[in-house]
Write a protein that binds this ligand. Sequence first.
Ligand code: C5P
Length: 206
Amino acid sequence: MVIAIDGPAASGKGTLARRLARHLGRPHLDTGLLYRAVARDMLDREEPLSDAALAARAAAALDTARLDDPRLRSREMGEAASIVSTFAAVRETLLGFQRRFARQEGGAVLDGRDIGTVVCPDADLKLYVTASPEERARRRQRELAQTGEPSDFETVLADIRRRDARDQGRPNAPLRMAEDAVLLDTTALDADAAFAEALRIVRTRL
Ligand code: C5P
């Protein structure tokens, strides 16, 4: 069973995907880490993120075994990822890895922005996880505090709104809900309640 989970930044889709995968005993891929890692490699080489050719080269040379780097979780890397992810050549290069991951025996859980629409259009279940921008900003702020990166609410909210606009407005694989996706609004749900609801939806498909 392939489960595709999409949604905007800090919607809770990552936590949800991880918990679902663990519960179902299936591998999980946080596809945002791929874009973050491309950005990391470019920043390490002091390359401009706006250079499409260099970004494409970084994507082609990406070491997908190094996605557990804690630096990938920073606010700076999220912002940088949303810049390099606008390039068609970058997306195209990362597509093969994501599709192979999804096709492994027994299925997998993938989360990102375009899993249900582009990476796995035939997924058995598509969830579109969202929450209000304010609630997502509160969650992101909490997350950043845990990683020792304190931030103020208004800055985080502005980041979220800018990222939403960039992810939804780009011509290549913009963030949008697939027509056959199930909407899961987690504004009023904590992580446990969101997980319970997702599991209920999964069970209707088994
Ligand atoms: O999900 P995360 O915040 O880690 O993603 C970072 C950025 O990577 C997103 O803002 C988005 O621009 C990009 N991304 C994407 N497609 C995906 C996953 C992430 O374009 N499937």
